[in-house]
Design a protein around this ligand. Sequence first.
Ligand code: SAH
Ligand code: SF4
Ligand code: F3S
Length: 514
Amino acid sequence: MNEEQRLQGQQVKEKNPTDKKSEKDYSKYFETVFLPPSLKEAKKRGKEEVAYHNDFKIDEQLRGMGSGKKFYIRTYGCQMNEHDTEVMAGIFMALGYEATDTVEDANVILLNTCAIRENAENKVFGELGHLKHLKQQRPDLLLGVCGCMSQEESVVNKILKTYNHVDMIFGTHNIHRLPEILKDAYMSKEMVVEVWSKEGDVVENLPKVRRGNIKAWVNIMYGCDKFCTYCIVPYTRGKERSRRPEDIIQEVRHLAAQGYQEITLLGQNVNAYGKDFEDMNYGLGDLMDEIRKIDIPRVRFTTSHPRDFDDHLIEVLAKKGNLMDHIHLPVQSGSTDVLKIMARKYTREQFLELVRKIKAAIPDVALTTDIIVGYPNETEEQFEETISLYREVGFESAYTFIYSPREGTPAAKMKDNVPMEVKKERLQRLNAVVNELSAEAMKKYQGQTVPVLVEGESKNNPEILAGYTNKNKLVNFKGPKTAIGKIVNVKITEAKTWSLNGEMIEEHQLAEVE
Ligand code: SAH
Ligand code: SF4
Ligand code: F3S
């Protein structure tokens, strides 16, 4: 460790006072880097200003660290994690590593994990078990766990106890420290644990290696302050921090110049964008209004929280152009009582009013959502209200989940009188409605000619191309490989429940069709 890194490390420790109890439990790990997470710390929201760093640099001495070596990152969870993986890939490449897509070839394996539900976590523990034999065959292999699970004390404790073939654990706030963490892991015989529980900073100039050159994720903000009672994200991702608009716009312009066809603005709750700026009144509507002027064909955003969805944003989205007419608007439940216990801070009526306003401004908008069934003590009537709201809004698709208790969240402490069989049955009933409305939405496309951004060959058949419509519907169609990466016109010949089939219409045929 050089002087600068040592000081950095000290600052980190001062900024992240660790829970005394866990320090005592793990005193034997103290010879090496050991900074465990604390959900209690992660919950705190201070007034300190966000610090912006533009000075990310890789230590020259570490640059050759990866020469002749390969890295493999397995990503779980949401787009935020996928994008973090792109940043980590960028750092690996800058260190001289090469990418590989098989664990057998890799010298470093990272699992970029998700903590949102228990089954997401179980998948990771399962994978850690599978990887043990590789580590036994090749002791010089480095195995790391990062992402949202690393931010949880219970997970770090379990890994320390049960999966001690893991070499390093780091969290969501310090991926820019990957070079130093790798170096520490190579040098140390003990597991390197460096998880920051409190982070107020935004690091701007991190390298990124994006997956593909057609669509790109662009972070606009980090963290979440909503603290919905079931959700672990505000603990694993910290407080809301918005990137400065000029940095975002510069990144989008750069992507446009590189030929990207679509960007998705990312945040846990993008509608809160800008609320943390102290020097200006600037929100998501303002940002979108500037981005729509950039010459990039498609702009999307995710995820919206209904509560902060303001009139200005609706006004800007109604200008259309490159702003796609699809909004993912998680409702979670159709019952005002359940929404209250979830701390979503809107009622069924307020949600319906928002939908009414959106539809009035953008009549053909496609709305999709997220729903949790089987919340603690959810009654049959309350569940029925979710079904009726789903139909009333006319959602075109949804991600549906059975509630999963997350340690450390308020809901995990609630007594629950809903048996698992009832929750599963409710999920099935909801999914039947989701399928029904999805099929209906798809049927409207029958016979229409729609623009499709072609992403590549279909997964099941290389003869068939696959892409997405403006409203994000998957289309499979016959067409030349030269169409990949372009927006082409496709005539829809068959509507299925979850996808469309069609035929590509060449430019010169278009006039005949119309
Ligand atoms: N920030 C996004 C949600 C990110 S998590 C938003 O507020 O819309 C994605 C989805 O996972 C949530 O919308 C919710 O439906 C689901 N989810 C979150 N925590 C959950 C839990 N404890 N159990 C089940 N589903 C959960
Ligand atoms: Fe979780 Fe709610 Fe924040 Fe979404 S808004 S990430 S559901 S706490
Ligand atoms: Fe999972 Fe973390 Fe995303 S918990 S859903 S990876 S923010």
